[in-house]
Design a protein around this ligand. Structure first.
Ligand code: IDP
Ligand code: MG
Length: 150
């Protein structure tokens, strides 16, 4: 099973889209193993987006992600990384397919509502950056698992 970190970003929380966004991952079959509302610190934001440190949008990206509370969600599932990113849609919402979260609810790249980890390795790292082991319910058995995972 893979793990991915989803962040319902400040714009999504402010717009009242938290439930709608989490619903889409849940109905896809991905299993919630951690979830919390938090205000991201500058330190955590810079660590999370470290790969983009040299990009021209880095400062505005850190301001954006720290500007209001977010909901961090750790999801587990077979192919969780690719599945979650296909549900999220293309980084630039103007290019995101209809039916994806960004394609249905967003217009601009700097207000694209949701984050999803981009690799199995980063999924593990990002979940550990946002959650302590005690905050995760890693081993819980979901009664429908046999009807979602073969
Ligand atoms: P992703 O969120 O689809 O994985 P990344 O390329 O990893 O996209 O970029 C991280 C985040 O940085 C994006 O979700 C978006 O919020 C922001 N971002 C990326 N490219 C730009 C840009 O060209 N202008 C402004 N913000 C950007
Ligand atoms: Mg990314």
């Amino acid at each position: 099973m893979e793990r991915t970190l989803i962040i319902v970003k400040p714009d999504a929380v402010q717009r009242g889209l938290t439930g709608e966004i989490i619903k889409r991952f849940e109905q896809r079959g991905l299993k919630i193993v951690g979830m919390k509302l938090l205000q991201v610190s500058r330190e955590l934001a810079e660590k999370h987006y470290d790969v983009h440190r040299e990009r021209p949008f880095f400062t505005s990206l850190v301001e954006y992600i720290t500007s209001a509370p977010v909901v961090a969600v750790a999801l587990e599932g077979s192919d969780a990384i690719v599945a979650a990113r296909s549900t999220i849609g293309a980084t630039n919402p103007s290019e995101a397919a209809a039916g994806t979260i960004r394609g249905d609810y967003a217009l601009e790249i700097g207000r694209n509502l949701v984050h999803g980890s981009d690799s199995v390795e980063n999924g593990e790292i990002e979940v550990a950056n946002f959650f302590t082991e005690a905050e995760l319910c890693g081993g819980w058995t979901r009664d429908v698992d046999g009807w979602v995972f073969e």
